[in-house]
Design a protein around this ligand. Structure first.
Ligand SMILES: Cc1ncc(COP(=O)(O)O)c(C=O)c1O
Length: 442
């Protein structure tokens, strides 16, 4: 570290940010800062490569966020950069669903195979919420039922479709409630220690509650492990029972693997590992290797519900299947498979989890250390502790983000290619920072 973050150039840019960005974001930082009793000014990124980020003042950080889970291969992975360079020399933009690019077609074929869904059909989007939005549309077309059963704590993006099923925090929905799908019910997301029977009883209660209100459930939407909601995995066997319930009530099971998919949690999709095949699978984040692209994938018989809409494509977008993003996604999928990252993630993730549990076992502020692969959460007693710890980590050159609605979880989700030494080095620093934080309280 050259200078205490946000640094001189960083501070000047933050002033500009405060004058130009939506004021809510600046005041959110101020509120966080007040709550934590520590500054929450951002740093300003200038460049990033591999697992490192450099700010405008030249400070170098280890990125334990992978840029919200996007940089699975690290930042600027050479194969992806090369694919973008090559593609940009040929074609930047095509005609979406009318006259698509060759790379878009190649990617559709690749994603269909990757998904393992028989006779898979794919609709691309530009970000995660797009994929969830099209999943919701597909479910209502297929079942004729507009209702959705979603989960408290679940996060699926913030455009109007996904926002209606956002269980992360009611406050996200409230200002827009009048514009959102009213046919939504929420069930509690099960804790790992819940019994499957108990968790399913609560899901069935939510379903019956919906029926009493005249809501016909056409989709059950779930993250196989909460990411932003606090890095929480349901008990083993729960997803399978949920799939059975979906079949029983004539609803489609939409599995949102936008955060967990593409090897974040290990060699296989979490839903696959649970022996469950999604009716509709959503992927995003890491897919574009840093460029925005997402995918909604389902069996042909389900996607056929889009029917023949009288000559108009009733779901499309100007930038649908953007050639640069498609080329980047193809290179990303090549790399993810070629590098055997699934197995590497399992190894690095296990070493990190064990080291965290070992080093933090006697730290009074830590209430839980959990996760799968390289999606790990360290839960502290309060969100204020997390915000202060985050700041101290930033000052020592580590980037992490908070998870859970009360920010009580430090989320550790580094690039999948991160060296084991680097993450184990972080554990020592975290232990020190937590000891300081505990001392502050004591
Ligand atoms: C599980 C999950 N689904 C959907 C989304 C929304 O993706 P995006 O922010 O790209 O729209 C996110 C983003 O964090 C996510 O974690």
């Amino acid at each position: 570290m050259k200078i205490t973050p946000p640094g001189t150039l960083g501070a000047a840019l933050i002033d500009v940010l405060a004058r130009t960005e939506c004021p809510a974001l600046t005041s959110r930082r101020a509120r966080r800062s007040e709550r934590a009793g520590a500054p929450q000014d951002p740093i300003v990124w200038r460049e990033a490569v591999g697992s490192n980020v450099v700010d405008v003042d030249g400070n170098v950080y280890v990125d334990l966020t992978a840029g919200f889970g996007v940089a699975a291969l690290g930042h600027r992975p050479p194969a992806v950069v090369e694919a973008i360079r090559e593609q940009s020399g040929r074609l930047l933009h095509a005609l979406g669903d009318v006259y698509p690019s060759d790379v878009k077609i190649e990617l559709l074929e690749r994603l269909a195979a990757f998904s393992g869904i028989p006779e898979a059909r794919v609709i691309l989007g530009s970000h995660g919420a797009d994929a969830v939005e099209v999943a919701l549309k597909t479910a209502v077309l297929h079942t004729g039922k507009p209702g959705v059963l979603a989960f408290e704590g679940g996060y699926h993006g913030l455009s109007h479709g996904p926002l209606a099923i956002c269980g992360y925090q009611p406050a996200f929905r409230t200002p827009f409630a009048a514009q959102l799908n009213p046919h939504v019910v929420f069930a509690p997301y099960p804790a790992p220690t819940d019994t499957v029977a108990g968790a399913m009883t609560r899901v069935r209660d939510a379903y019956h509650h919906a029926r009493e209100r005249g809501i016909e459930i056409g989709a059950i939407v779930i993250e196989p492990m909460l990411g932003r909601g606090g890095v929480i995995a349901p008990p083993e066997g729960f997803l399978g029972e949920l799939a059975d319930l979906a079949r029983e009530i004539g609803a489609l099971l939409v599995i949102d693997e936008i955060f967990t998919g593409l090897h974040r949690t290990g060699p296989r999709l979490l839903s696959r590992e649970a022996g469950v095949e999604a009716d509709i699978l959503c992927l995003g984040k890491a897919l574009g290797g840093g460029l925005p692209i997402s995918a909604c994938i389902a069996r042909e018989e389900i996607m056929a519900s889009w029917g023949a809409p009288g000559g108009e494509a009733i779901h499309t977008a100007t930038f649908l299947g953007h050639p640069l993003a498609c080329a980047a996604a193809l290179a990303t999928l090549d790399e993810l498979e070629g590098l055997h990252l699934g197995a590497i993630v399992t190894r690095t993730g296990r070493a990190l989890l064990e080291a965290l549990r070992d080093r933090l076992a006697d730290t009074p502020l830590v209430t839980d250390v959990r996760g799968r692969g390289l999606a790990i959460g360290v839960e502290l007693t309060t969100g204020a502790h997390v915000l202060r710890v985050m700041r101290r980590l930033l000052e020592r050159g580590y980037l992490v983000v908070p998870a859970a609605p009360d920010a009580s979880v430090l989320q550790i989700a580094p690039p999948l290619v991160i060296e084991e030494e680097l993450v184990l080095g972080f554990v020592d620093v975290l232990a020190e920072v937590l000891a300081i934080e505990a001392g502050r309280e004591g």
